[in-house]
Design a protein around this ligand. Structure first.
Ligand code: KIV
Ligand code: ZN
Length: 515
């Protein structure tokens, strides 16, 4: 095979990391973007793990797995037969469903976690794959903690599951323990030892505990692996998984070396990265390879001089290869709805109807306040719109804040919900605190701010401020984001988006399970 299959597990391994949880709507939005990015496989969730995860996986299968030319939609499952049944119930709606079943094969896991013998685990793995094949042609198997498993035993398990019908064998470095040369050799030895391995796709899934996840994935490819499991921005358990954008751009930029490429539409990489940050409220570090703020910034005079003379001197990739907007002025306050829709389409956001109306209103407000509206500004407002809860929640109508040195900060807030307007006020130890107190007074809910981050979408004093928050509403932790040229207003919007998400999820759950 002359290309590498890109298996994206942002919505499963990525989402299960603390601080990265997504609700069904957010997972769907991200899955649609992953489809535009043209990943081959989307691992949408672990359906038995919770009702929410089941629902999200099912909706991704229904809504993204049935698009024209869709990606494979995969669900994760342990080897228990009930797990596999539940997984199938969620993924079966996709045109190309996959069941991914796994069990640990290292003696450490067998002894302390599973308390089973090697023979029992081998049989469970083979039975699971047979059971999954009863539902679905496309079955993947992973021996968890493969990097610390006894090699001979792990190969026996792999031979057994191939015989039972697994079509993809995924070798995980679950704890990020492997070192590139050793890992490459392990993959090569698997190809020499496992019975039937030539009939299946060999895959790797590397964690980043020692910072080797991408390097390990690439050495595995050099040893014959043809599927890589990875995540946008490298999110995932603990230190994360191999970063999709780094693997894909390494293959593309060094095609001369690897002689392989992926199907990924690299021009969608930047937008995927930003959408994920926006949804989760977690920004990528500025020096992150490929998608970090500084990834294409040349600061040193000698570098700038070289780049001005010829970009090739210091640039191995072009920003446009990953769809990074060039920050050019795009629209102004006289631009109309059509111009906005066309520019958004260029940026990959195909908005119409009420979504476009809302985005246009926000754009007009922004253009009134800010002379120059950049692509980055548009991406900030539009990702707010696509991840908003729509008409179901509270909307900010009016905000007035008094704050300063030697003054007790106070705020008056008007909110609108289902046509009704509510007003109240609050005081706090700062203007943001006062605004949140006023919102709490209106809604009767009390949120505890766990995390707060503010960043500028572009440079300049009039830049849009993007606020991300994590709020604890009586034990339910939700994230929210908001943007505005006024950072206090952005904070109010972020708080409302968290509050709306929390109430919407509660209402959905009550509808499902009854009061
Ligand atoms: O890290 C791991 O071992 C996993 C498996 C479920 C593939 O995520
Ligand atoms: Zn993992």
């Amino acid at each position: 095979m002359d290309r590498v299959i890109i298996f994206d597990t942002t919505l499963r391994d990525g989402e299960q990391a603390p601080g990265f949880s997504m609700n069904t709507m957010e997972k769907l939005e991200m899955a649609r973007q992953l489809a535009r990015l043209q990943v081959d496989v989307i691992e949408a969730g672990f359906p038995i793990s919770s009702d929410d995860d089941f629902e999200a996986t099912r909706e991704v299968a229904r809504q993204v797995g049935t698009l024209e030319n869709p990606p494979i939609i995969c669900g994760l499952s342990r080897v228990g037969l009930a797990d596999i049944d539940r997984c199938w119930e969620a993924v079966k709606y996709a045109r190309k469903p996959r069941i991914h079943t796994f069990v640990a094969t290292s003696d450490i896991h067998l002894k302390y976690k599973l308390r089973k013998t090697r023979a029992e685990i081998l049989k469970a793995a083979q039975d699971a794959v047979r059971h999954a094949r009863g539902y679905c042609e496309d079955v993947e198997f992973s021996p968890e903690d493969a990097s610390r498993s006894d090699f001979g035993y792990m190969c026996d398990v792999l031979s057994a599951v191939i015989e039972a019908g697994a079509g993809t064998i995924n070798i995980p470095d679950t704890v990020g323990y492997a070192i590139p040369r050793e890992w490459g050799e392990r993959i090569a030895r698997i190809r020499e030892t496992v019975r039937g391995v030539d009939r299946v796709v060999l895959s790797v899934h590397c964690h980043n505990d020692l910072g080797q996840a991408v390097a390990n994935s690439l050495t595995a490819i050099m040893s014959g692996a043809r599927q890589v499991e990875c995540t946008i921005n490298g999110i995932g358990e603990r230190a994360g998984n191999a970063s999709l954008e780094e693997v894909v751009m390494a293959l593309r930029t060094r095609k001369d070396f690897f002689g392989l490429d992926s199907r990924v539409k690299t021009e969608e990489i930047f937008k995927s990265s930003r959408l994920l940050s926006h949804i989760t409220g977690v920004h990528v570090q500025p020096n992150k390879a490929v998608v970090g703020e500084n990834a294409f910034a040349h600061e040193a005079g000698i570098h700038q001089d070289g780049v001005l003379k010829e970009k090739l001197t210091y640039e191995i990739m072009r920003p446009e290869d990953i769809g990074r907007p060039s920050n050019k002025l795009v629209l102004g306050k006289h631009s109309g709805r059509h111009a906005l829709a066309a520019r958004l389409k260029d940026l990959g956001f195909d908005l119409a109807g009420p979504d476009l109306d809302r985005a246009f209103k926000v754009f007009k407000d922004l253009a009134d306040r800010k002379k120059e509206v950049y692509d980055e500004d548009l991406m900030a407002i539009v990702t707010d719109e696509v991840t908003a809860t729509g008409a179901a929640g509270y909307e900010l109508e009016y905000l007035h804040v008094i704050s300063g040195t030697g003054v007790v900060p106070s705020a008056t807030v008007k909110l609108k919900k289902e046509g009704q307007v509510f007003q109240d006020s609050g005081v706090g130890d700062g203007p943001v605190d006062a605004v949140l107190a006023a919102i709490d007074a209106i809604t009767g809910l009390k949120g505890r701010l766990q995390d707060y981050a503010l960043r500028a979408a572009t440079s300049g004093k009039d830049a849009i401020g993007e606020v991300s928050m994590k709020i604890d509403f009586d034990g339910t932790v939700v994230s929210g984001k908001g943007s505005s040229t006024d950072v206090i207003e952005a904070s109010a919007r972020a708080y409302l988006s968290a509050l709306n998400r929390m109430t919407l999820t509660t209402v959905q759950r009550m509808k499902e399970v009854g009061p």
